[in-house]
Design a binder for this molecule. Structure first.
Ligand code: NAD
Length: 533
């Protein structure tokens, strides 16, 4: 026995020196197998809790099935095309990436391309090699005083902005998430997409590939650019319509362009880009520096360690983002969420069709993780512990056709931290709610219209009964006869002599025989047993 708590398998030649976050932590054993086709890799996978890959290893469903202990896959880099996210999510495996380590290298490549593009460096170099000395053909332009138009001003776009400002450029940017504060810190101007397209001398793309950004640089948008503008794309292929770009370079609408990424990589042999003039093509080199490789490896090592040791899934691509500190702070609320989910699972009249998770409280980052915990509590009793966890719960709910909504409520009059589940099930509705007592003590405070006060832990018997004298005694006798110890008995009624609800916390389990005996009491109309984790 190694005595280590976690084993992390590292492949694809991720350099050992960058893994210090794991190597220097006594709790971790690191297994380095550079080639995932090595039979030793599959053997090591059987006991691995974490797996770190670059892009060579394909992490597909069969590989995940061969790794029963796996809970985290880390990609040393950004793109996760080599990882089957759905398969990982369905198995409750968190997928993390290392989005920040590439930033400076990619921004610097962008600068290299912009400078090379406006001065015709690549074509001038080729012409000298051909024996020419065509100085008059290569009259370039200065960057100083020209306008850079950024589309996407996140990590890389922001870094490019800073560098271009240093070259004396004016920078305008379109990014729906760019705040005035960040724009002014970067010394740039916010603009809408049309403004960037129409005003920029150099357009630089730094967006993810989404439905919205796909084909964003199209024949129509290029036609609206300044004649003689330049376009550089170091983001993702697919954002630029490649045939339209090639055509605009031939026609002279664009003076030049530079691409590092393509719709299909490697670039097809017959791509029109290969013959287009004033175009620099690099083979996806943004992150190809020694520094970026080391930075992403150490970033992912730290992230995998935090995920396994602290449950910190902030960088997870397939789970609601929540950091270690937030996880600790929100723990009582999350415990309440999962307990209420358990209770709702037991009490829902038939299969759950939709759930609205409603929260009133001070934590503005709580609703997403809370919803994941509620769904975890709702699904675990049905689907089992192996399948359902924080990462997979949302996906599993979706797969089962459960509609999930989240609502942030305004303040609750009685509780500072309040959580309510409104459920529509096959045969009716259910409402359950909970709150925190003080800062840290979760309580179930409402079941349907009944006000209760129950700790969401252990076994809970929920009885519906007619409000007549002697019920509590008779229920107590039955439980006592079955050796069941009552930890708490909460009786609530809507009106005197009407329907009442009893929520009884008990130690240990309650089997069908006990439930049957309770139901034999004439005044008991329903008896449900919920196990609250
Ligand atoms: P980021 O998430 O920090 O920034 C992306 C920005 O794009 C965000 O601010 C977002 O608000 C903005 N955005 C999203 N949709 C938009 C839209 N429709 N219009 C305008 N802006 C929009 O990401 P990053 O680290 O700066 O990476 C940017 C891109 O560069 C990504 O596509 C990434 O995959 C790519 N990248 C390429 C290489 C390479 O080797 N060429 C290396 C690293 C990253």
């Amino acid at each position: 026995m190694s005595g280590k708590q976690f084993t992390v398998l590292v492949t694809d030649k991720v350099s050992g020196g960058s893994l210090n976050a794991l190597l220097e932590d006594d709790r971790f054993e690191v297994v380095l197998i550079d080639d995932s086709k090595d039979p030793a890799f599959m053997e090591a996978l059987k006991t691995a809790n974490g797996l770190i890959v670059r892009s060579a290893t394909k992490v597909r469903a069969d590989m995940l099935d061969a790794a029963p202990e796996l809970s985290v896959v880390g990609r040393a880099g950004v793109g996760v095309d080599n990882i089957d996210l759905d398969a990982a999510t369905a198995r409750g495996v968190a997928v993390l990436n290392a989005p920040a380590g590439n930033t400076v290298s990619t921004a610097e490549l962008t600068m290299a391309l912009i400078l090379a593009m406006v001065r015709g460096v690549a074509e001038a170099d080729a012409s000298v090699r051909r024996g020419e000395w065509a100085r008059s053909r290569f009259k370039g332009a200065e960057l100083r005083g020209r306008t850079l138009g950024l589309i996407g001003a996140g990590r890389i776009g922001g870094s490019v902005a800073r560098r271009c400002r240093a070259f004396g450029m004016d920078v305008i940017a379109y990014d729906p998430f760019l705040t005035d504060e960040k724009a002014s810190a970067l010394g740039i101007e916010r603009a809408d997409l049309d403004g960037v397209i129409e005003r920029a001398d150099v357009i630089s793309l730094h967006v993810p590939l989404t439905d919205e950004t796909k084909g964003m640089i199209s024949k129509a948008s290029i036609a609206r650019m300044k004649k003689g503008a330049f376009v550089v794309n170091v983001s993702r292929g697919g954002v630029v319509d490649e045939p339209a770009l090639a055509e605009a370079l031939v026609s002279g609408q664009l003076a030049g362009a530079a691409l590092d990424v393509y719709e299909n990589e490697p670039l097809e042999a017959d791509s029109p880009l290969r013959d287009a003039p004033n175009l620099i093509l690099t083979p996806h080199l943004g992150a190809s520096t020694q520094e970026a490789q080391e930075l992403v490896a150490s970033e992912i090592a730290g992230a995998v360690r935090a995920a396994l040791a602290d449950g910190d899934l902030t960088p997870a691509l397939n789970a609601p983002a929540i950091g270690g500190e937030a996880l600790r702070r929100l723990a009582p609320l999350l415990e309440l969420g999962s307990g209420l989910g358990n209770l709702a699972c037991a009490l829902a009249p038939g299969g759950v069709q939709s759930i609205d998770v409603r929260y009133a409280g001070s934590a503005d980052d709580a609703l997403k993780p809370l919803t994941a915990y509620v769904l975890m509590g709702l699904l675990k009793p049905v689907l089992g512990n192996d399948q359902v966890n924080f990462v997979s719960a949302g996906h599993l709910a979706e797969q089962r056709g459960i509609k999930v909504a989240r609502t942030q409520l305004s303040e609750h009059s009685d509780y500072t931290e309040y959580l309510e589940l409104a459920i529509q099930a096959e045969r009716g509705e259910l409402r359950v709610a909970g709150a925190l007592l003080g800062d840290a003590h979760p309580r179930i405070v409402r079941i349907e219209d009944y006000h209760v006060d129950i700790v969401p832990a252990g076994t809970l018997i929920v009885l519906k009964n007619n409000d007549v004298p002697g019920v509590i005694g008779r229920v107590g006798t039955i439980l006592g006869n079955h050796d069941i110890n009552i930890a708490g008995y909460h009786q609530a009624r809507l009106s005197k002599g009407g329907q009442a609800l009893a929520a009884i916390s008990v130690d240990g389990d309650v089997d069908q025989a006990v439930r049957g005996a309770l139901l034999e009491l004439p005044e008991i109309t329903a008896a449900i047993v919920a196990r609250l984790a």
